[in-house]
Design a protein around this ligand. Structure first.
Ligand SMILES: [Fe+2]
Length: 212
């Protein structure tokens, strides 16, 4: 019995020691605040009837959206890394042919009726959100991106854009490179990789850290 106690005490001590440096490192490296970005000209004037978190399926549409299905998930956090309760996340983007659903956007007649173009979801208790959308594509003057807004009750609306790692046009995109701080710029560039969740689909994680 004394042997067991000693061993247990040692294990407990080892656990404490192992945790201590991690705590210190965390305190020394605050989270990178997600940089804000312009909303751009194509936030929807009217929200689609179907405005849920699955942009690939539109209620009543015969076909699903064109493009590569992409799961975008993440968490809305404050600067301490705590979930932001009650937040809602919106995304909007152009369809697989580079057309926005917006009366002033070019080529409205060509907009993919199987693509929702916009979606909104509330975060869960851990600050998590999830969208099923398409991999963003380039359009004249812009590298692929997804517009993102976070609404926090009592605080306001935060707007940014999410980019895709490895896109050749990233190097020349004025808005992306307008984020001068390299860590802040990296924080909005997300790797998209195949996911076991859905055959042929991609997935990426975009955590949004607010100045709260
Ligand atoms: Fe855009």
């Amino acid at each position: 019995m004394p042997h067991t106690l000693t061993r247990r005490t040692l294990l407990a001590a080892a656990g404490t020691l192992a945790l201590a440096p991690r705590r210190t490192a965390r305190a020394a490296q605050p989270l990178v605040l997600t940089p804000g970005q312009t909303e751009g000209p194509f936030y929807p004037v009217t929200l689609p009837a179907d405005a849920d978190g699955d942009l690939v399926r539109v209620q009543g549409a015969a076909a699903r959206a064109l493009g590569t299905v992409t799961h975008v998930t993440g968490r809305v956090l404050d600067r301490q890394g705590r979930p932001v309760p009650g937040a809602a996340v919106e995304i909007w983007q152009c369809d697989a042919n580079g057309v926005y659903r917006h009366p002033r956007a070019p080529d409205q007649a060509r907009f993919d009726s199987g693509f929702q173009g916009y979606g909104r979801t509330a975060v869960d208790s851990g600050g998590g959100y999830a969208f099923r959308t398409i991999r963003p594509v380039p359009y004249p003057g812009r590298t692929p991106h997804i517009h993102v807004a976070v609404i926090v009750p009592g605080t306001g609306r935060f707007v940014t854009q999410m980019y895709v790692e490895g896109e050749p046009l990233n190097a020349r995109d004025g808005l992306l490179n307008g984020i001068r701080d390299p860590a802040a710029r990296r924080s909005v560039i997300v790797p998209l990789r195949p996911t076991p969740a859905e055959p042929g689909a991609l997935a990426g994680t975009f955590d949004i850290v607010l100045d709260l």
